[in-house]
Write a protein that binds this ligand. Structure first.
Ligand code: NSS
Length: 436
C-alpha cells in the first residue's frame, strides 16, 4: 500500500467530498461479481458499504489475481480512487489500484432462503447481514439516547450484582446455581432491590444490565437473558414514576426516529410513527381494562393477569403505548405498595406497546413502611431472613419511593417492528438456545 494514501472508513466517502482522491480502506467482501476484465466487489466496513471495481488494465497482475480469487466475507485492505458513479448503489465507486487479501474466507455457509434455526446456529456469521447490522445499530442508539436522557436529568448510573441470594420477582423463574460451601446463589431477575438501597445515597439512580428469567414460556417476547433498564427514585409516587417512564420512552423514540430514519425504513417501520410517540400516554386502570376486555368478549375476570391476547386487545386502538395501573395485589410481586384505601390493589403500572407488542415496562410505587413490608413478605410465604438487608432500608430513614424496569429487547422489537424479540439482541438466549 502506498504511504500517502488517505485511510478512511466507508461512511466518510458519503459525508466528505473525496471524489478523485486516492483512499485506502479495510473491510469484508459483501458481494462479488466478475465479467471478463472486471471484478466488482461490494465492500463492507463498520460504517457502511461501497462498490469497488478492479479493472485488469489498471492493476498489477498480482492484484487482479487477488481480486479474482477473493471470496465472499474475506477480509481485505485496498486502495483506489473515489469516483462518482450514478450506477453504483450509493452513487460512488472506488476504482481499485491495489488489493491485499487479509483473511481468505472459506465458502460462506449463509446463502439465500435458509431456515430460521440454521441461521440461529450461524448467528456469529449472520450478524454481518444487513438486517441484523441495522437492528444492532438502532439498538446502539437506544442505549445512547437513554443515557443522554438520564444525563440531562441528573440521574446517577449504578451497578448491582448479577449473583444474588434471593428472588425479586418470585421463585418460579429463578436460575439457581451452586455457589461456594454449599450455598445457593441465583442469577438476578432484576436489580430493583439493590437500586432501592442506592437511592438512599443518591436519590435518583438507573442501571442498564442483564436480568435472567427461567421462563418456561416459549413466546415471541420472552428471553431467558435480557437487558434491563431499571430506574429508582426517592420521594416519588406512582404518578411521578409514570411520568418518568413516558418521558424516557418518548425521548428514545424521538431521537431514534430522527437519527435512524433510513435504518427504520429498511426494517419496514415508518420513522414518523415512532416520532409521534409523545406524552401523555393513555392511562387505564386495571378495573377499567377488565371491563373493556369483557365488553370485547374476552374471557377474563377481575384478579386475572393480563396475557398476550388481553394486552393486544387493549392496545389495538392506540398508536402509542398506554399504561395499565393499579393491578390486584395477588398477581404482583411482594414489594408493591398497597393502596391504603383499597388494600386489594397495589400502586403499580405496566406500559404496553401498541400493535400487539404488549408489556415493555413494569413499575410502580414500593412499600416504604416496615410493618406493611413484613406483612407482605409473610403473605407471600417468603423467608424473612433472605430479605433482612432489604427490610433494613425501612428501619433507617425510610422514604416513599418508586421505580420501574424496561425490557430493552422488547422496546427494540416494537421500535424496529420485529417479528421476534430474539432479533433485538446479538446472541439471544431462550429455553432452547445457548449456542453460539
Ligand atoms: O418483571 S417485570 O415486569 N418487573 C421487574 O422486574 C421490576 N423489578 C422492575 C423494576 O421495577 N425495577 O420486568 C420488567 C420488564 C418487563 O416489562 C419486560 O419489558 C422485561 O422487563 N422482561 C423481559 N424481557 C424479555 N424477556 C423476559 N423473559 C422478560 N421478563 C421481563
Amino acid at each position: 500500500m502506498s504511504k500517502n494514501d488517505h485511510s478512511i472508513q466507508i461512511s466518510e466517502i458519503f459525508e466528505e467530498d473525496l471524489v478523485g482522491e486516492q483512499v485506502s480502506l479495510r473491510g469484508w467482501v459483501y458481494r462479488k461479481r466478475s465479467s471478463g476484465n472486471l471484478v466488482f466487489l461490494i465492500v463492507r466496513d463498520g460504517t457502511g458499504m461501497i462498490q469497488t471495481v478492479i479493472h485488469k488494465d489498471n492493476v498489477s497482475e498480482k492484484t487482479f489475481e487477488e481480486g479474482d480469487r477473493i471470496s465472499i466475507e474475506s477480509s481485505l485492505k485496498m486502495s483506489g480512487v473515489v469516483r462518482e458513479d450514478k450506477r453504483a448503489p450509493e452513487g460512488y465507486e472506488i476504482s481499485v489500484n491495489d488489493l491485499e487479501i487479509v483473511g481468505l474466507a472459506k465458502p460462506f455457509p449463509i446463502t439465500k432462503d435458509q431456515s430460521t434455526s440454521f441461521l440461529l446456529d450461524q448467528r456469529h456469521l449472520w450478524l454481518r447481514s444487513r438486517k441484523l447490522r441495522t437492528i444492532m445499530i438502532i439498538r446502539n442508539q437506544v442505549f445512547v439516547a437513554a443515557r443522554e436522557w438520564f444525563k440531562k436529568g441528573g440521574w446517577i448510573e449504578v451497578q448491582a450484582p448479577m449473583f444474588v441470594s434471593a428472588a425479586c420477582e418470585g421463585g418460579a423463574t429463578l436460575f439457581e446455581l451452586n455457589y461456594f460451601e454449599n450455598q445457593k446463589a441465583y442469577l438476578t431477575q432484576s436489580s430493583q432491590l439493590y437500586l432501592e438501597a442506592l437511592i438512599q445515597a443518591f436519590e435518583k439512580v438507573f442501571t442498564i444490565a442483564p436480568s435472567f428469567r427461567a421462563e418456561k414460556s416459549r413466546t415471541r417476547r420472552h428471553l431467558t437473558e435480557f437487558w434491563h433498564l431499571e430506574v429508582e427514585a426517592a420521594w416519588s409516587d406512582l404518578e411521578n414514576i409514570v411520568k418518568v417512564q413516558e418521558e424516557l420512552v418518548s425521548y428514545i423514540a424521538q431521537k431514534v426516529s430522527k437519527r435512524m430514519a433510513n435504518e427504520l425504513k429498511f426494517l419496514g417501520r415508518d420513522p414518523e410513527a415512532i416520532y409521534q410517540v409523545i406524552p401523555p400516554f393513555e392511562r387505564v386502570s386495571y378495573d377499567d381494562a377488565i371491563e373493556i376486555l369483557q365488553e370485547k368478549k374476552i374471557d377474563v375476570q377481575w384478579g386475572d393477569d393480563l396475557g398476550t391476547i388481553e394486552e393486544k386487545t387493549l392496545t389495538m386502538d392506540y398508536d402509542k403505548p398506554i399504561f395499565i395501573y393499579n393491578y390486584p395485589k395477588q398477581i404482583k410481586a411482594f414489594y408493591h405498595y398497597p393502596d391504603p384505601e383499597r388494600p386489594e390493589i397495589v400502586k403499580c403500572d405496566d406500559m404496553l406497546a401498541p400493535e400487539g407488542y404488549g408489556e415493555i415496562i413494569g413499575g410502580g410505587q414500593r412499600i416504604h413502611d416496615l410493618d406493611v413490608l413484613l406483612q407482605r413478605l409473610d403473605e407471600e410465604g417468603l423467608n424473612i431472613e433472605d430479605y433482612q438487608w432489604y427490610i433494613d432500608l425501612r428501619r433507617y430513614g425510610t422514604i416513599p419511593h418508586s421505580g420501574f424496569g424496561l425490557g430493552i429487547e422488547r422496546l427494540i422489537a416494537w421500535i424496529c417492528k420485529l417479528d421476534h424479540i430474539r432479533d433485538a439482541c446479538a446472541f439471544p438466549r431462550t429455553t432452547t438456545r445457548l449456542y453460539p
